[in-house]
Design a protein around this ligand. Structure first.
Ligand code: NAD
Length: 396
């Protein structure tokens, strides 16, 4: 199978390139505009784990896997470029990860909202039309997010459900209640893909993943193979931020009351899920929504778990609740259906405490680089007030 990873230079994209070349008989091609590196730099931050350039990473992976990892560098907002890449690769599947994934970045001001929405809609649309132009037989696996559903206070089905209105019942897409401009960009992309499947016979799997965390399993690897690990308040996943705070001896900060419930997925399980879906495509014309949120945790319970793991590493982890910069419910119901992945044989293999230990262990080796990021761990973007102040630029 020939797989094109759009967003190959990102956190998930690079991990997937490794996962598929190290564990599967798959020919991996990649495309990326290297923008994630610029966005993180713009907010004064850097990946806590140093990352090699894309050409260096690809060379290291080629050496390990024995096969070439062809990649294109360019902006997928350009329809001509997207078509050229798809035409050249002729993929059996495209894993579309090439979007800006940060809610706070999209909430900074109207310009950032406009950028995130147009970027995410255009990369999706350009890949979608490029596949249609090539006959629409390739399978697009698109990373959505559980955040598309929001927290509606009723059970959340897998994409669609039987909905009753004024006494009549029909099987319909479940209403989305996204909580940031970024999350709405994902909703709009999902709607467009759903329509393209009906219209053009495209086959799409839209994966609503929870929050992915973790470092790629390493066995004394070449450091050029590392994937990024962001810990700042704009691009860092909450678990990474807490681990960084613990290593720095700073309090682990919880936004608001901490009763927010979210699904969390270990990086390896995210990869396992994508691999399984690539081998089990939907029929032509089918738009399939898959929910993946292996473990649901309340943030106030999860932070205790991170603090306990940190104490096992000799770190004095304190917990502090800070005013919530986001507009979100701080205590809510969260019952989510997730039946498709188990029906395909998927089982989560992660062990939270071991995964937390691996992140903490990795961050403890980053020394001055992590210390330089201390100033960007505190939220400076508020959902109602936009960006409050520019953090100092950090050398890393
Ligand atoms: P990332 O920012 O690390 O990776 C995205 C990559 O796409 C980057 O390397 C970026 O340069 C590239 N890209 C973005 N716009 C592009 C464009 N116009 N042209 C070319 N390349 C472009 O993000 P990630 O964390 O790996 O997330 C990947 C996808 O998965 C996103 O769509 C995100 O919404 C989704 N997702 C992520 C998580 C998570 O916890 N990381 C959870 C659920 C869903």
């Amino acid at each position: 199978m020939k797989v094109l990873i759009a967003g190959i230079d990102g956190y998930l994209g690079w991990s997937l390139a490794r996962w598929l070349t190290e564990r599967d008989d798959v020919e991996v091609h990649g495309v990326d505009g290297l923008m994630r590196r610029e966005w993180v730099e713009e907010v004064g931050s850097a990946s806590a784990v140093p990352i090699a350039t894309l050409p260096d990473r690809a060379a290291a992976l080629e050496r390990r896997s024995g096969g070439p990892i062809p990649f294109w560098i360019g902006d997928l907002r350009d329809p001509g470029f997207a078509s050229e890449v798809v035409r050249a690769v002729e993929p059996d599947a495209v894993v579309h990860l090439a979007e800006c994934p940060s809610a706070p970045y999209s909430m900074m001001d109207p310009d950032h909202c406009r950028f995130v929405q147009t970027n995410n809609l255009l990369t999706t649309m350009n890949l979608m039309f490029a596949l249609v132009a090539e006959g629409a037989s390739a399978h697009m696996v698109k990373l959505g997010t559980m955040g598309e559903y929001g927290t509606p206070g009723v059970p959340i089905p897998e994409g669609s459900g039987w909905l009753t209105h004024e006494g009549e019942t029909a099987y319909l897409p479940f209403p989305r209640q996204a909580g940031s401009w970024y999350h709405w960009s994902k909703v709009h992309g999902s709607n467009n893909l759903s329509f393209a499947c009906r219209l053009s016979g495209l086959r799409v799997t839209d994966v609503m993943q929870g929050v992915v965390f973790g470092v790629y399993p390493s066995d004394g690897d070449d450091a050029r193979l590392d994937t990024r690990c962001d810990v700042d308040a704009v691009f860092g996943t909450v678990i990474h931020r807490w681990c960084a705070q613990a290593v720095l001896g700073a309090p682990l900060t919880v936004y608001g009351a901490g009763g927010q419930r979210r699904g969390f997925i270990a990086l390896e399980d995210s990869m396992r899920c994508l691999q399984l879906l690539l081998h089990n495509p939907p029929d032509a014309g089918e738009y399939r929504v898959v929910n993946q949120l292996d473990d649901v945790h309340r943030l106030d319970a999860l932070v205790e778990r991170v603090a306990a793991a940190a104490r096992l590493h000799g770190l004095a982890a304190q917990i502090e609740h800070v005013p919530n910069p986001r507009l979100e419910e701080e205590d809510h119901r969260y019952d989510v259906a997730s039946d498709i992945l188990p029906s395909l044989g998927y089982r989560s293999r992660h062990a939270m405490d071991a995964d937390l230990g691996a992140i903490l262990g990795k961050l403890m080796t980053t020394g001055d680089r992590l210390h330089a990021l201390e100033g960007v761990l505190h939220p400076d973007v508020s959902w109602v007030g936009g960006r409050r102040g520019r953090p100092e630029v950090v050398e890393a």
